[in-house]
Design a binder for this molecule. Structure first.
Ligand code: RIB
Ligand code: CA
Length: 353
């Protein structure tokens, strides 16, 4: 057994036993800023992050996406109150994309963004800083130490990069839920987060920051089903009671599995889980560019595993198929997923005492 096999095997064993993973033991918690549009799967991802000692959430920065900011902001505040973590600052982000009209997904997440499940209206308030300001401040105060977990449209992250381009060299990494190399979920080309704000996604993918793209290629396979719902319903804690209510409502109303089974893709929790246990996803180096001009394809994440080229030139500029650009990866794209290992982690952390 080589070192990687040892770590992978040991990590799985620790998780199965409900223990922190080796990543935590190795060098302390991964410090993150959680950028999100809660959103039912966002909420599951936030609860997973809050219940995992491998991660330290420095701030939560809600953005408009699944539902308008008027819901994603209070949802983030209410989730922290549910988890008893009002020590974590919440900074309001963008209510609209950089240039386009906001398109939401209430048909998936319910009008309130939590599938219709109710949390008490939050007593806590967001901080005075905007999302962009708190991202820039925390990254500048901790150069090379902050990982941004971005599971909504990338408007906040792009806004911070445009306001302060120098932080691109200071952000340790960005773990992105978004994109797809195997077709979209809003149009045939575009995944929702990149569909909502293609311009923001392009800024992030052109930033030079180390990126992990967790797209529909793997998240479509991480399907929450009735067996997982029953596991949540069996645990009488405030977090599990809420999560069970939210997911039951979502299963009852909406299912993503192509066979129309009762199944809900765990897009955002999978992105979080891979930080906790890197053995869950298999990553491959790609050059990814975001389409921003397509009338039909805006928001598409176009991935090149090697030399790349743009579309054929318009007249009169003669070009030849030989016009290609050498390969230089800008993202590690998730191409494989250990679904059982993911749900072992997710369910053990949510149901732990
Ligand atoms: O396409 C899925 C992504 O869009 C998830 O992050 C979901 O929460 C929505 O934001
Ligand atoms: Ca999301």
């Amino acid at each position: 057994m080589d070192r990687r096999q040892f770590i992978t095997t040991s990590t799985a064993a620790l998780i199965a036993a409900g223990m922190p993973t080796l990543a935590f033991a190795a060098g302390g918690p991964i410090r993150i800023i959680f950028d999100t549009d809660p959103g039912t799967d966002d909420a599951m991802g936030i609860l997973l992050a809050l219940r995992s000692p491998e991660l330290k959430i420095e701030a939560i920065t809600p953005v408009a996406g699944n539902v308008p900011l008027e819901h994603t902001l209070p949802n983030a505040l209410a989730l922290l109150e549910l988890a008893g973590r009002t020590d974590i600052p919440v900074a309001a982000g963008a209510s609209v994309p950089l240039t386009r009209t906001l398109v939401t997904a209430a048909y998936v997440h319910g009008e309130n963004g939590l599938g219709g499940a109710q949390l008490p209206p939050p007593k806590t308030r967001p901080v005075a800083e905007t999302a962009s300001e708190i991202i820039r401040r925390i990254v500048r105060q901790n150069p090379g130490q902050i990982t941004i977990v971005a599971v909504g449209p990338l408007t906040n992250v792009a806004t911070a990069l445009r306001a302060d381009p120098a932080i691109a060299a200071m952000v340790k990494a960005i773990a992105i839920m978004g994109g797809s190399l195997s077709g979209g979920n809003v149009t045939p080309a575009a995944e929702f987060n990149f569909y909502v704000d293609p311009e923001a996604a392009r800024i992030v993918f052109d930033s030079g920051i180390p990126l992990t793209m967790v797209g529909l290629d793997v998240t479509r396979k991480a399907l929450f089903r009735d067996e997982h719902l029953k596991a949540l319903q069996a645990v009488n804690t405030p977090v599990c009671r809420f999560a069970a209510d939210m997911m039951k409502r979502t299963l009852d109303r909406f299912h993503e599995d192509s066979q129309a089974h009762r199944a809900v893709a765990m897009h955002d929790p999978l992105t979080v889980a891979n930080l906790i246990d890197p053995g869950i996803l298999t990553l491959q180096d790609y050059f990814v560019e975001i389409e921003t001009e397509g009338e039909l394809t805006a928001g598409e994440s176009v991935g090149y595993p090697g030399r790349w080229r743009k579309s054929a030139p318009l007249a009169p500029t003669p070009g030849s198929i030989a016009d290609t650009t050498p390969f230089k990866s800008n993202a590690k794209v998730a191409m494989g997923v250990n679904v059982d290992r993911f749900f072992n982690l997710l369910m053990s952390r949510l149901t732990a005492a």
